[in-house]
Design a protein around this ligand. Structure first.
Ligand code: HMG
Length: 451
């Protein structure tokens, strides 16, 4: 028996800002963003969308496109770093929305929980669900990844923004990909990218130090939540390369692989915070795990050697063959945080369908990363039903219908000054309202399905 992904669906934000528009507004050479980082568009949530909306839309599509009986889903595990409540998980919202569609109690036997570890939470949810299915092969689990990658205006993360969710059905004997059980991990607690609880002295807001109640806050410090992370871009790249390299070689050792591991993989799917992150970071592994190593870590000119290797024809050819297929969706979407690695898989498979390349029986390698920091390396084998399952998803066809918005609308959405939706929602979930009056429900978020 094998375990893996049987079906996939997605819901990506339908508005986008062309990267060229952002580059021009910020005085950045557009070629740097397009050719250097591989960015073309960044997708942005509309006023009625949040991570619950994206997650519920992705799950609704998964159920409908694959005629799944909702009562057969015994788990909905969510990977996210864009939670909307410190106690109530996105999974709890999603299950209640599904009951609006499929009847009260239809998900009451379903277990649900959110997994948070920056961008790798979806992979953690997947690993957990694979173990569960291995023990309970007759069951079906769903893994959802849902995030809004929002960065401060004018920061170096601004051009990597994106938003949306994927939902994946995890079963025994799956149609798309079956995963090998032997995974490797590398973890180190660091501050490369994080979303801290911040505080501001009440006095700085009220202008007096009497600590009088301020909108229900009795404390002298007011807690502030920002979706935008605190981060150090170049340090985050170092953590990314260090963790993925460590996990890669641990995987190689744990699976007793002789010779070059990456040569054995048809395609390599990495966490992509922007389209070219994988190709920019993998050159070190390419050099040191080559059949005849091209560089040694103790070389005095190691960094220069790696830079030269990253520009070599051999590396470019390698990139085109093994890394490029996962990139185009990222160029059109931006960072999906927990969903990026799975979107890379969908992008690669959709391209193989389009180019009529049969990858049945081929092994794909995965290098996942989450800031904070952790990498997991694992591999999977493409199953015979992949082509049919991926064709139903219509990835690039759907992405091509995205609506371009003007720079002013982008800023107004980002600053939450825009109060009405830019696109009329149809056949999807929307955030209806947030309770403001009832003290027992203040902050409760209510959603509805719009025909
Ligand atoms: C990612 C960075 C650091 C990039 O930072 P940056 O400063 O925008 O770009 P750069 O200077 O590092 O690289 C620019 C590339 O463009 C090239 N270039 C320059 N000009 C031209 C031109 N005219 N034509 C063609 N190419 C050009 C230039 O040569 C270079 O390519 P190289 O050869 O060095 O590979 C920044 O966007 C950032 O801070 N992003 C936010 C953090 C981030 O995404 N970090 C990535 C690793 S951490 C991670 O992946 C986890 C994360 C972020 O997803 C969060 C989570 O886990 O939750």
């Amino acid at each position: 028996m094998t375990t893996g992904i049987d079906a996939i669906a997605f819901d990506i934000a339908k508005l986008h800002l062309p990267i060229k528009t952002l580059a021009n507004a910020r005085n950045i050479d557009p070629e740097k963003l397009e050719k250097g980082l591989g960015l073309l568009k960044m997708t942005l949530p509309d006023v009625h969308q949040d991570t619950v909306v994206f997650a519920a839309n992705a799950l609704t599509k998964l159920i409908r496109q694959n005629n799944i009986n909702p009562q057969e889903i015994s788990r909905v595990y969510v990977g996210t770093e864009s939670g909307i409540d410190s106690s109530k998980p996105i999974g709890s919202f999603v299950v209640s929305l599904m009951e609006q569609l499929y009847g009260e109690g239809s998900f009451s036997n379903c277990d649900t929980v959110d997994f948070t570890f920056a961008c790798i939470g979806g992979v953690d949810a997947l690993q957990n669900c694979l173990d569960y299915i291995r023990l309970n092969p007759e069951k079906k689990a769903v893994v959802i990844t849902s995030d809004i990658a929002k960065y401060d205006l004018e920061s170096t993360g601004e051009y990597t923004q994106g938003a949306g969710a994927l939902a994946m059905l995890i079963t025994a004997n799956p149609k798309i990909i079956a995963f090998n059980h032997n995974w490797a991990v590398s973890t180190k607690g660091v501050f490369d990218f994080f979303k801290p609880y911040r505080t501001i002295e009440k006095e700085a807001i009220t202008g007096n130090n009497s600590n009088t109640e301020w909108f229900g806050n009795l404390e002298a410090e007011i807690e502030i939540h920002k979706d935008q992370p605190v981060f150090d871009g170049q340090y985050s790249n170092t953590c990314y390369t260090d963790r993925t390299r460590e996990a890669y070689f641990r995987f190689k050792e744990a699976n007793n692989i002789k010779g070059s591991l990456y040569e054995k993989w048809e395609s390599i799917i990495m966490h992509l915070p922007y389209a070219y992150q994988g190709r920019r970071m993998f050159s070190e592994i390419f050099a040191i795990d080559a059949a005849e190593p091209l560089a040694q870590q103790n070389d005095p000119d190691y960094a220069t050697k790696l830079k030269d290797i990253s520009k070599s024809e051999a590396y470019k050819e390698f990139v085109n063959q093994k890394l490029q297929p996962a990139e185009p969706a990222s160029s059109l979407i931006g960072n999906l945080y927990t969903g990026s690695v799975f979107m890379g898989l969908l992008s690669a498979l959709s391209q193989f369908v389009e180019k009529e390349i049969d990858v049945t029986g081929k092994t794909f390698g995965f290098l996942a990363y989450g800031s904070g920091s952790k990498s997991k390396v694992f591999e999977g084998t493409i199953q015979s039903g992949w082509k049919e399952a991926v064709t139903t998803v219509k990835l690039f066809e759907t992405l091509s219908t995205s609506k371009e918005i003007a720079f002013e609308d982008y800023v107004s959405l980002h600053k939450k000054e825009q109060k009405t939706s830019l696109l009329q929602p149809r056949n999807e979930w929307v955030l209806d309202y947030i309770e403001k009056e009832n003290p027992n429900l203040v902050g409760a978020r209510y959603y509805k399905w719009v025909e």
